[in-house]
Design a protein around this ligand. Structure first.
Ligand code: ZN
Length: 139
C-alpha cells in the first residue's frame, strides 16, 4: 500500500471565508500516484472546517447568514469561551456544525465525487496561517 501526506496552508484576509480546495486536493492525488484508495482531508485547527458541497455563490452566502444566525460573532461577550481572552467562541461552534473532515473514494486515479460535489475549506477565525491535512492511502 502507498501513502501520501501533504499540508495545505491558508491565510485568509477576512475572519470568515469559504475556499474551494478541490484543485489542490486533486494535485495531491496526482503527486501521490495512487489510483485506487481513500483520500482524507481535514482541518488541523478547531476554528476551521473541511466539508463537501456545491460551489454556488448563493449557497456560500446562505452558509454565512445561517452560521451567523446560529452563532453570531458579536457580541463576543455572549460566549463563555471568550472569557479566556479569545474572541472566537463563535468560530468553534461554526466549525463543529460544518465538520472537521471529509473522506473521498479514489477510483481510477480521480476523486470519485457525486454530481456537483466539491471540497471546501471553511474558515471561521482567519487572518492567520492555518493548515489542512491531506492523507491518501491505496495502490
Ligand atoms: Zn478559541
Amino acid at each position: 500500500m502507498k501513502t501520501y501526506r501533504e499540508e495545505l496552508w491558508f491565510n485568509t484576509p477576512t475572519r470568515r471565508a469559504f475556499i474551494n480546495i478541490t484543485p489542490q486536493v486533486e494535485a495531491c492525488l496526482k503527486k501521490s500516484g495512487i489510483k485506487e484508495g481513500l483520500c482524507l482531508v481535514n482541518a488541523m485547527h478547531i476554528t476551521a472546517s473541511v466539508y463537501i458541497n456545491d460551489d454556488e455563490s448563493g449557497l456560500l452566502r446562505d452558509y454565512e447568514d445561517w452560521l451567523e444566525g446560529l452563532a453570531p460573532h458579536e457580541p463576543t461577550s455572549r460566549y463563555r469561551h471568550n472569557l479566556t481572552g479569545e474572541d472566537n467562541g463563535d468560530a468553534h461552534l461554526k466549525r463543529q456544525i460544518m465538520g472537521r473532515e471529509v473522506v473521498v473514494a479514489v477510483t481510477g486515479g480521480k476523486l470519485d465525487f457525486g454530481p456537483w460535489e466539491q471540497i471546501f475549506y471553511g474558515e471561521f477565525d482567519g487572518r492567520r496561517r492555518k493548515r489542512v491535512l491531506v492523507k491518501i492511502i491505496g495502490e
